[in-house]
Every structure is written in structure tokens, then in C-alpha cells.
Design a protein around this ligand. Structure first.
Ligand code: AMP
Ligand code: ZN
Length: 462
């Protein structure tokens, strides 16, 4: 049975969409004031795997991801860059899509821009106003959290004391600072603005997600995701806005991904300790390797990143590619299903059981490697039947459909050799010298000589 950890319930629950087989999925997207960093992509990749797995399980997913192209940071940095806001954010939005493609992340059905949904946001505000949830102060409009008794239900933050009049205007918050949040910010000199019944201004950050989720997915959505830092205040505020305005439950299951940390600190654009995909690409790492790295921990466990982890991920990818190649090149004899067909069935069961359990990707990958070991042993002893070979290929393509790691990348020779060198290094660390020698021999067959030096392994074409 498919179960997900629901942040609101604080436990794993069976996943039951409102109108199966349809699933509505809303994921908070990037703020395009900078190139998204590896931490952001860890979250986007977890959401990609979630969506891929739902499709694998037969659901028809509609996926929406907003692009925040107006907020404090985009305005501040577009000014610094001397660019008009739209021009500034367009550049980073394009880079964002480039990075998604590099990682093999499937495109959402809609990527609405905040600046193109101002009317929907104003309409939502009008309904909040009618319900008595808003007030105006110095030309800005605030949501009065005291009018929504369930405020704090999602994140568990406590509403203490009398908060009347305590307001928060910024898009970035102090942790756990519970105050009325801004829906509409009065125009400031030198800032982009839109007209509204409350006067010229611009929307606060939280409003866009409530307005877009409703426009594209309806009042109640099945799944709403983001990184763990979005639980409070962003998702708490979205929940308050949507339920106060629509009078219906907003989200059936909230899912949040843990952080990617660098040197024991949260990776963040504001802290400056970012690693971009572009940097990794320049260092010669393929999208598959970065993908394998980001999928190496369960999505709810913190992943500690350093560049050495990439060696491990390269070895993972090399092992997969090697298995795919061996299967492709193996001779066949006979047609009838044999022992491998039975192994495929049980490997598939283990894979589904792991993924059904709140997307346990490390466990699912472990089962895939178990299958690869069995397959390698079988290939060594005798040729497969055509039925067995087809069954194994189908299983690999199912793994690929969900994890996006089980296809042969069109690698340059350089990248491929680097992968194999990494795998050989890993094999030696594990004292698997037979495997290490086999890699050297297979490269030698292809005219590539490895030279071990104190600085690492070099290679040349013989
Ligand atoms: P932002 O562009 O800052 O709005 O973030 C986009 C997404 O990335 C959100 O879902 C964040 O929760 C997530 N995120 C930000 N920093 C990290 C990190 N270090 N690790 C994982 N996810 C992150
Ligand atoms: Zn959001």
C-alpha cells in the first residue's frame, strides 16, 4: 500500500487522492534572483521522483510549480544588476530550466509566474476581505491570524499572547516569529508595482501559491511539497489564506524534503556557500552522477555534501551502466522464461515495497543492485533465454521510469573513462581486486591504458 509521511499528521498515512486516478500536485518553485543551488535541486528532484512514482503506480498527475519572479530579493538584486525586474528574472528562469534538463527532471504541467497572476491574487484577497480576515495598515494589507483559529496546525508553532497589530512585512522571516503576514505591500518608491483596490503595490510571497494552486488544481489538492524550511511560515500562511478564503480543506497530504547541507551548514543562496550545477558540470560530472548523489539519502534525511561524495555517485552510475551494457551485449540461447524471470518478479516486488514506504529510494536502489548481482552471476554461468533478457530489460526500464538512473547516458569517452576509474577505485577500497582488474582489462580492450600515480589514476589512449 502506498504511504507517505504527511507533515500535518506527523506520521505516515496511506495515500488516497480525492479523485483517483487523478492526482493534483503543487510544489513551490524557485525564487529566480540567482542560480538555484544544489540544495534547491535536492528538493526538486525528490518531487520529480514522487511524481514519476505516482505515474508508475498508475496515477494521472497534474503538476504545478510556481516561479517566484517578484519578492524582496528579486527586486533588490535586479536593481543591483541595473536591469528591469522581468528581464532580470527571465535570465534566471531560463537557467533553471537548463539545470532541470541537465538533471533529467521532468517538466511540470504548468510553471505559472507570480507577476502573471496578480488578478487571481487580488480576487483571493477580496474573498479574504469579505470574510473579515484582512486589515489595512499604512497602505499594506495584512492577514489577521487571530481570525483563523487553526493557525499553527501544520507547523505546530504556538500562537501565544495577544498578537493584535504585530505585523510582518518582509518575505524572509525570523524562525518561529508568529505575526500577521502581509498579503499586499504598499508601493515603495523605485519598486515595480501593480494597481489594486487597496492602492498601488505588489503581492506578498505567500499569496501567489494559494492563488495558483486554486486556479490550476482546485480548492483541495492532493499533495503539496517543498523543502522543510517552507513548513513555517510559508505553508502555514498558504494554508490559512486558502482555507479562510475557500472554506474547504486545502491539502490532503503535505510532504517536505530535508536539507542538503554543506560543511554542517544549510546550503543557501543568502549564506553564499552554494554549489551550482554549472560548477559541477564544468568539473566534468554528468547529470546522472549528480542525480545519483542527490538520491543517495532518503528524502526526509539530511544529506551532507562534499565533493568526495561524487566519486561514490560516479561508481553507482558506472555499475548501472556496466550492467545495462552487459545485458545488451550478452548472447541469448533459447526462449523460455527461466530463473531470471522469477528473480525479476521478486526484485520488482522489493522495489515497489520500498517505494510504497514513503519513497524509500536508498532501499529501492539496494534492491536494484541486488538484482544486478544476481544477473551478473547468471550471465557468467550461461547465456540467458530471450524471455529472461526481455524481463530484465523491462525491469531496468521501470527502474529508469521512476529513478531516472537506469539508462545509458550518451557520455563522452572522457566522462565514461572517469566513471570507470571511479568504479575501479571504489572496488579497490572494497578490496574487490578481481573487479578492479576486470575494469582495467575492459578498458585495455578498448585501447585505454590506466596509469596509477600518487596523485590518482591517469589514462591515455594506447
Ligand atoms: P527558494 O528558491 O529559496 O524559494 O527554494 C526553492 C526550494 O528549495 C524550496 O522548496 C526550498 O525549501 C528548497 N531548499 C532551499 N534550500 C535548500 C537546501 N539547502 N536543501 C534542500 N532544499 C532546499
Ligand atoms: Zn509556495
Amino acid at each position: 500500500m502506498l504511504c507517505f509521511y504527511n507533515t500535518a499528521a506527523r506520521r505516515k498515512e496511506p495515500f488516497v487522492p480525492l479523485n483517483p486516478p487523478r492526482v493534483t500536485l503543487y510544489t513551490c518553485g524557485p525564487t529566480v534572483y540567482n542560480r538555484a543551488h544544489l540544495g534547491n535541486f535536492r528538493t526538486f528532484l525528490f518531487e520529480d521522483v514522487l511524481r514519476r512514482y505516482l505515474c508508475y503506480r498508475g496515477y494521472e498527475v497534474t503538476h504545478v510549480m510556481n516561479i517566484t519572479d517578484v519578492d524582496d530579493k528579486t527586486i533588490r538584486d535586479s536593481k543591483k544588476a541595473g536591469l528591469e525586474l522581468g528581464e532580470f528574472t527571465r535570465g534566471y528562469t531560463e537557467l533553471f530550466f537548463e539545470d532541470l534538463d541537465f538533471l533529467g527532471i521532468r517538466r511540470a504541467d504548468h510553471y505559472p509566474l507570480a507577476t502573471e497572476h496578480i488578478p487571481e491574487m487580488l480576487e483571493l484577497m477580496a474573498r479574504l476581505e469579505q470574510g473579515g480576515h484582512t486589515y489595512v495598515a499604512e497602505g499594506s494589507v495584512y492577514f489577521a491570524i487571530a481570525t483563523f483559529p487553526e493557525y499553527g496546525r501544520l507547523s505546530g508553532v504556538a500562537l501565544e499572547g495577544n498578537h493584535a497589530g504585530a505585523r510582518y512585512e518582509a518575505d524572509e522571516y525570523e524562525k518561529d516569529d508568529v505575526r500577521d503576514f502581509v498579503l499586499w505591500k504598499a508601493r515603495k518608491e523605485d519598486e515595480p508595482f501593480w494597481d489594486s483596490p487597496y492602492g498601488p503595490g505588489r503581492p506578498g510571497w505567500h499569496l501567489e501559491c494559494s492563488a495558483m494552486a486554486r486556479k490550476y488544481l482546485g480548492d483541495t489538492i492532493d499533495l503539496h511539497c517543498g523543502g522543510i524550511d517552507l513548513v513555517f511560515p510559508h505553508h502555514e500562511n498558504e494554508l490559512a489564506q486558502s482555507e479562510a478564503a475557500n472554506g474547504k480543506p486545502f491539502v490532503r497530504c503535505w510532504m517536505h524534503g530535508a536539507f542538503l547541507n554543506l560543511k554542517k551548514e544549510k546550503m543557501s543562496k543568502s549564506l553564499g556557500n552554494i554549489v551550482s550545477l554549472a560548477e559541477l558540470r564544468e568539473r566534468g560530472h554528468s547529470g546522472q552522477v549528480v542525480r545519483a548523489l542527490l538520491l543517495s539519502a532518503h528524502y526526509r534525511s539530511t544529506l551532507y555534501f562534499d565533493l568526495d561524495e561524487l566519486t561514490q555517485a560516479a561508481a553507482t552510475v558506472a555499475r548501472i551502466e556496466e550492467a545495462l551494457r552487459r545485458l545488451e551485449d550478452s548472447p541469448v540461447s533459447g526462449e523460455a522464461p527461466g530463473v531470471i524471470s522469477a528473480e525479476v518478479a521478486s526484485a520488482r516486488e522489493r522495489f515497489v515495497t520500498a517505494m510504497d514506504d514513503d519513497l524509500n529510494v536508498p532501499e529501492a536502489l539496494g534492491s536494484a543492485f541486488g538484482f544486478i548481482r544476481t544477473l551478473n552471476a547468471a550471465l557468467q554461468s550461461c547465456p540467458l533465454s530471450s524471455a529472461d533478457r526481455e524481463a530484465a530489460k523491462t525491469l531496468f526500464s521501470e527502474y529508469d521510469q521512476v529513478l531516472g538512473l537506469f539508462h545509458r547516458e550518451q557520455l563522452t569517452l572522457e566522462a565514461e573513462v572517469e566513471h570507470l576509474i571511479a568504479e575501479r577505485l571504489e572496488a579497490r577500497k572494497q578490496r574487490d581486486f578481481k573487479r578492479a582488474d576486470a575494469i582495467r582489462a575492459s578498458l585495455a580492450d578498448r585501447g585505454i591504458e590506466l596509469i596509477d600515480t600518487p596523485q590518482g589514476t591517469r589514462w591515455k589512449k594506447a
